[in-house]
Design a protein around this ligand. Structure first.
Ligand code: FAD
Length: 556
C-alpha cells in the first residue's frame, strides 16, 4: 500500500505533538512539518521566564530540534518554511523557503493545520514604535532581553493584564524594572471573577507593580525633549501619561486563519477554524488543532477560543489518531489554567460566575478560605477558593482558587471532578491523600463540597460580597461574629458585633423583624452562627467568604 503523506503546518505545540503521534501510529507514513519560525517544538510557555532570567539558558527552551525529531521519529522538519496556500482540489500546498525565497509545492493525503495564534497589535497610534514588543517565539524573547540588557533598570509598561501580561510583569520586576500594568477591564485575568482577581491586584501592588485598571491605551507618543523614556510615553484614555523604557504588548491573541480562510475552509463566528470533534475541518482531508481552532466550552456549550498548551497538545494527538484510522474525540474545553503571580498562584477550571450569568445558566456561588494544609503543622496559608454549582443537582460548574500553596492541586482535582460530571455531594465524599504537611483530613475540596451540601440541604442560605453595598438597614442587619481582636483590625461598616461564643446568650439584642446577614473571617463561624440563629427563629444568611472575600473585593 502507498505510504500516506501527512503535511503539518506549524511545528510547535499542536503540530509537533501530532507529528510524533503520527509516527508512532504509522512507521511508513511520509510526515513533513513546515515551520515558519527558526525553531520547532520550543517551550513558548517558558519564554517569560527566559526574559526574567529564571530560565538562564536558551537551549532549555528548545525542547526538540529538526535533527532530533528526524533521528527519533523520522520526521522531515523544515524550519523557516512558510506554507503560503492550499490547493484543496489538487491536495497540494505551496511553500516558501524563507531563507532562499524559493517557492515549491508538496502533495498531501492529509493536511494538519496547527498555525497557532498571533499576538494582537490593534491600530493604536504609535504602536509600532521601537521598544515595543510582543512575545510569541524565541527571537521575540531574545529581542526583549537584548533591549533590556542595555537598560538594566528602567520603566516597563505591560499593556494587557492576561496570563502573558502578568507573567511578564513578574519577570520584568524580577529584572529590577519598575512595572506598570495597563488593563482596559476593571480587573486582571478576565477568566476569573472580580473578587478572585482582586487577590492578584493586592499582590501586584504589594510587590510594587502599578496597576492602571479600567483604562486603555489611547496612543504611544515619542518622548518629548527632556523626557527620558527610551520607548514611548504611553497615553491612557484617562489622560494619564506613563514614560516607558520598554513596552510589552500582551493584548491577547488572534487565531492565525489566513491560510484556512483563503482555502475556503469554514471559519467560526469567533474567527477560529471550525472543526468537528475529531478535529476535522470542513474539508475531510484537512484537520486543524490548537490556538487556531474554535472548540466547545463544555459548561456553556458555546464555541470558544482557548489558547492553551494542554488542549493544543491533546488535540494534536487526537487529530493524528483520526488521520491514521482510529476514532478519537475532543469533547471540548474546561479552560483549566494556572499561573504564578509573585508569591501567589491563581488557577481556574470550568465556568466563572460572570460566564454563567451571561449564559443564563442557574448557579450558586460559594467562597471559602481553607488552609493549604493542617493548621497545626507549620506554614499553612489560606486558599481563597470559589466553586460554582447547579442549584438543583449540585453538579459542579466551575472553580477558581488563589493562594500561596496547594492551589494547583485543588484546581486539578476540581477539573477532574468537572470532567467526570461530579456533584458537590461527590466532592464532599472524595477520598484525597492526607498528611499534615500536604492537606487536612477534610481537604479544601471536601470542605467546598460539604459547604455546598449545607446550602442544597437548606441548612443555610448565602449572601454574596457584592450584596453588602446595597443593604437597606431598614430590612437587613449585618452581624459580625468574629473575636474583638479580629474586629479591631477592620470590619464591614454598619455591622454590629457579637462574637460567636457570646451569641447564644445575647440573642435578645438581635431584631426578629429583619434579615440578618452574618459574617466572620472566612464564612465558617458565620455558618455556625446562621445555624444557631435559624434554629432560634431568626432569618439569617451567611456572607459566603465573609470578611476576607468582602474586604479583598473592595476598591483599592
Ligand atoms: P503554536 O505553538 O503557536 O505553533 C504554531 C506555529 O505555527 C508557530 O510557530 C508559527 O510560526 C507556525 N506557523 C503559522 N503559520 C504558518 C505557516 N503558514 N507556515 C508554517 N508555519 C506556520 N499555555 C498554557 O497552557 N500555559 C502557559 O503557561 C502558557 N504560557 C504561554 C506563554 C507565552 C509567552 C505564549 C506565547 C504562549 C503561552 N501559552 C501557554 C499558550 C501556548 O503556548 C499555546 O496555546 C500553544 O503553543 C498553541 O499551540 P499551537 O500548536 O496551536 O500554536
Amino acid at each position: 500500500m502507498k505510504a500516506k503523506r501527512l503535511l503539518i503546518v506549524g511545528g510547535v505545540a499542536g503540530g509537533a505533538s501530532a507529528a510524533a503521534r503520527a509516527r508512532r501510529l504509522d512507521e511508513q507514513a511520509q510526515i513533513i512539518v513546515f515551520e515558519r519560525g527558526p525553531h520547532v517544538s520550543f517551550a513558548n510557555c517558558g519564554l517569560p521566564y527566559f526574559v526574567g532570567g529564571e530560565i538562564a539558558d536558551k537551549s532549555a527552551l528548545l525542547v526538540q530540534t529538526p535533527a532530533s525529531l528526524h533521528t527519533r521519529f523520522n520526521l522531515d522538519v523544515r524550519c523557516s518554511q512558510e506554507v503560503l496556500a492550499i490547493d484543496r482540489a489538487g491536495r497540494r500546498v505551496r511553500v516558501r523557503d524563507l531563507a532562499s525565497g524559493r517557492d515549491y509545492e508538496e502533495a498531501y493525503d492529509a493536511l494538519l493545520l496547527s498555525p497557532g495564534a498571533a499576538p494582537l497589535r490593534p491600530p493604536i497610534p504609535g504602536i509600532e514604535r521601537p521598544g515595543h514588543f510582543t512575545l510569541r517565539i524565541v527571537p521575540d524573547a531574545e529581542e526583549i532581553t537584548a533591549w533590556l540588557e542595555e537598560m538594566p533598570k528602567g520603566r516597563a509598561v505591560v499593556v494587557g493584564g492576561g496570563y502573558i501580561g502578568l507573567e511578564m510583569a513578574e519577570q520584568l520586576h524580577r529584572r529590577g524594572l519598575a512595572v506598570t500594568v495597563v488593563e482596559a477591564l476593571p480587573q486582571v485575568l478576565a477568566p476569573f471573577d472580580p473578587e478572585m482577581a482582586a487577590w492578584l491586584h493586592q499582590e501586584l501592588r504589594a510587590q510594587g507593580v502599578t496597576l492602571c485598571l479600567g483604562d486603555a491605551v489611547a496612543a504611544f507618543e515619542p518622548p518629548a525633549p527632556g523626557q527620558s523614556a527610551r520607548a514611548s510615553v504611553v497615553v491612557l484614555k484617562s489622560g494619564r501619561r506613563l514614560e516607558a523604557d520598554v513596552v510589552i504588548l500582551a493584548l491577547g491573541v488572534r487565531p492565525e486563519t489566513e491560510l484556512a480562510r483563503r482555502a475556503g475552509l469554514e471559519i467560526g463566528a469567533l474567527g477560529g477554524i471550525r472543526v468537528n470533534d475529531r478535529m476535522q475541518t470542513s474539508d475531510p482531508h484537512i484537520w486543524a488543532v490548537g490556538d487556531a481552532v474554535e472548540v466547545r466550552d463544555r459548561v456553556t456549550g458555546a464555541w470558544a477560543l482557548i489558547p492553551l498548551a494542554g488542549p493544543a497538545n491533546r488535540q494534536g494527538r487526537i487529530a493524528a489518531d483520526n488521520i491514521f484510522g482510529r476514532d478519537a474525540r475532543y469533547e471540548g474545553t474546561w479552560g483549566t489554567a494556572v499561573l504564578r503571580v509573585f508569591s501567589l498562584t491563581a488557577a481556574c477550571t470550568g465556568a466563572s460566575e460572570k460566564t454563567l450569568r451571561q449564559a443564563g445558566i442557574p448557579h450558586l456561588a460559594l467562597h471559602l478560605h481553607p488552609g493549604s494544609h493542617a493548621g497545626y503543622y507549620p506554614g499553612a496559608t489560606p486558599i481563597a477558593l470559589k466553586i460554582l454549582f447547579a442549584p438543583d443537582t449540585g453538579k459542579l460548574l466551575g472553580a477558581q482558587a488563589v493562594g500561596r500553596d496547594g492551589v494547583d492541586k485543588r484546581i486539578d482535582v476540581l477539573a477532574t471532578a468537572l470532567q467526570a460530571g461530579l456533584t458537590v455531594h461527590d466532592l464532599a465524599d472524595l477520598e484525597l491523600a492526607y498528611a499534615p504537611p500536604f492537606g487536612s483530613a477534610k481537604d479544601p475540596v471536601n470542605l467546598a463540597g460539604m459547604a455546598a451540601q449545607n446550602v442544597l440541604a437548606g441548612d443555610v442560605r448565602l449572601a454574596q460580597w457584592h450584596e453588602v453595598a446595597g443593604i437597606d438597614p431598614a430590612t437587613t442587619v449585618l452581624l459580625d461574629v468574629r473575636t474583638p481582636a479580629e474586629r479591631q483590625k477592620g470590619f464591614i461598616p454598619g455591622s454590629i458585633h457579637i462574637p460567636l461564643d457570646e451569641l447564644r446568650a445575647r440573642l435578645a439584642e438581635l431584631p426578629r423583624d429583619r434579615e440578618i446577614i452574618v459574617s466572620c473571617q472566612s464564612g465558617q463561624r458565620s455558618y455556625f452562627a446562621c445555624r444557631l440563629l435559624t434554629q432560634h427563629g431568626f432569618r439569617a444568611r451567611n456572607l459566603t467568604g465573609s470578611y476576607r472575600t468582602w474586604k479583598t473585593a473592595q476598591p483599592a
